[in-house]
Design a protein around this ligand. Structure first.
Ligand code: ADP
Length: 246
């Protein structure tokens, strides 16, 4: 399913907060249809990179290219990205169906699908995430894992160019987390949605992704398939970071 076409190019990106450099001359290509994990210890710059790709933050230098379009200064609302963050909660006062439809309903009228089409899409997404009977429930009636599945459906509803996931299962207990990992991989295999998944958990990255980008202190140490980074770590840092899992 993975093509080799580049969906997103991160080019010579640098970002500094106050005096601390968080990303240094960062380069990375994300391929169309792949599930790429950004893996690194806490503070290595993963979330900052994801926020810049999303358009929630802007770099000091460098560019973000979506396909052929320079998106560096395009605001988040115009970037066609979907995201799920650990604490990016559902809207409590809305039903599951309305939560999933949120991004579609928020569009201006000329770009908004009609009600029947929105309903159809929400139904398809509920089928995809295997929560078909849940349309009229409220978030308070769902488990933590179910809420994150709904959050994923909400992110997919707008047919994003890229799906950005920042430790989406981080707040859940270990067993649920494992189940959701497998579940996400299945969803990915069915949709072929270009996805970037941030995690500091080596097992999660290696099990879930097509390729892993290993970050350390704002630099890209290595990018490759899980087998490549495990079997041929290019630096002592990668070896050390993946060491526990080899
Ligand atoms: P990670 O996601 O890998 O844990 P982050 O991208 O969240 O890393 O953070 C990288 C570094 O940037 C950390 O040292 C963090 O304290 C700093 N940082 C992130 N966001 C801000 C901000 N808005 N203001 C100041 N420093 C920040």
């Amino acid at each position: 399913m993975n093509s080799q076409a580049t969906a997103i190019r991160v080019e010579d990106l640098s970002k500094t907060f106050e005096t601390a450099a968080v990303l240094h001359d960062f380069n990375l290509d994300v391929r169309a249809g792949e599930l790429l994990a950004l893996l690194g210890p806490s503070g290595s710059g993963k979330t900052t990179l994801l926020r810049i790709i999303a358009g929630l933050d802007f770099p000091d230098r460098g560019r973000i290219i979506f396909g052929r379009d320079d998106a560096t200064r395009v605001p988040v609302q115009q970037r066609a990205v979907g995201f799920v963050f650990q604490h990016y909660a559902l809207f409590k006062h809305m039903t599951v169906a309305d939560n999933i439809a949120y991004g579609l309903n928020a569009r201006k009228r000329s770009e908004r699908p009609d009600k029947a089409e929105i309903k159809r899409r929400v139904g398809n997404l509920l089928d995809l995430i295997k929560l078909s009977g849940f349309a009229d429930r409220y978030p308070s009636q769902l488990s933590g894992g179910q809420r994150q599945r709904i959050a994923l459906a909400r992110a997919l509803a707008v047919e994003p160019r890229v799906l950005l996931l920042d430790e989406p299962f981080g707040a859940l207990d270990a067993q649920v987390r494992k189940d959701l990992r497998r579940w996400l991989r299945e969803i990915h295999d069915r949709t072929g949605q270009t996805t970037i998944f941030v995690t500091h958990d080596q097992d999660e990255a290696l099990e879930l992704s097509d390729r892993v980008a290993v970050l350390d202190r704002g630099r890209l140490e290595q990018v490759g398939t899980p087998d490549e980074v495990q079997e041929h770590p290019v630096s002592p840092t990668v070896l050390k970071f993946l060491g526990d899992t080899i």
